[in-house]
Design a protein around this ligand. Sequence first.
Ligand code: IPD
Length: 314
Amino acid sequence: TKSELKDLYSFALDLGRKAGKILMDGVDMRCGDSAGRVESKQEEKMNAVDIVTQTDLDVEAFVKAEIMKKYPSHAFIGEETYSSGSSKEYLITSAPTWCVDPLDGTVNYTHLFPMFCVSIAFILNGEATVGVIYQPILDVTYSALSGHGAWQDDGHAWKKRRALPLINNPAPSLSAQAPKGCLFSCEWGKDRRDVEGGNMWKKVNSFVNMAAEIGGRGGKGGMVHGVRCLGSATLDLAYVASGAFDIWWEGGCWEWDVAAGFCILKEAGGLITTANPPPDPMKDPIQEVRLGSRLYLAIRPAGDSEKETGRQAQ
Ligand code: IPD
């Protein structure tokens, strides 16, 4: 029911902040090794750039236990539960499911680069229905409840925007969507495997090069004002939703990296599409995507003016 969902949303908000506090304990306790990094045991997962820290494991255990206490019948998908190999595949089903990244931006965390956060989503009938992203070092929360809106810090709601023409247009291309002077965010991800149509790293690399090329076309600068790579897919989505970024592209992320951001972006009126880049992503069609894909392109909510952020007091 509506009131159960509102209750669940409040629970998720509170849980995100509590989990963020554990992340900050790790930062506060840092012994300050010569590189000034957070001291937390690290291990490699898929490859050398894909790491897990003791903090990821601790926060996931905490979040999972809290959820199971309150919602024992719900399913749980967590980044570290997945990597521990207790199950091979986690497919999003129609069961009520929590999808959690206890620490998105793990590499940033270990380097004390502040772009790290907790990401908690609740998925109902395959749709991300509640999303909470908490960035503890800045003490900022981004959240959304489907059908009710998206908020930053509980105090600011993002006005529902006119949808971009993407849905109505049978063959939209990125160049048709990107506003002039946009801030473009792109992640290299951690997947170095070969995928259909090439190697994931090379795909991402060529996309970044393309954006850089567009940004400097003719030596005059062009569509792209700047290209950013935050190292947190979750925060990328929050920033697209808030209007700080106009576009975000990534190949290779998982459900837990995007589920909460998916909900927040959609509620803010933005779009998330498949980013399996066609031969020329600037000209060829891009399509809408559902949660569970590996490649994403997020486009900020349309505004009446080009750089309107859409933020307003609640
Ligand atoms: C990663 C970050 C990174 C993105 C990767 C993710 P993690 O998540 O979001 O920005 O490029 O695809 O796996 O490992 O830091 O939780």
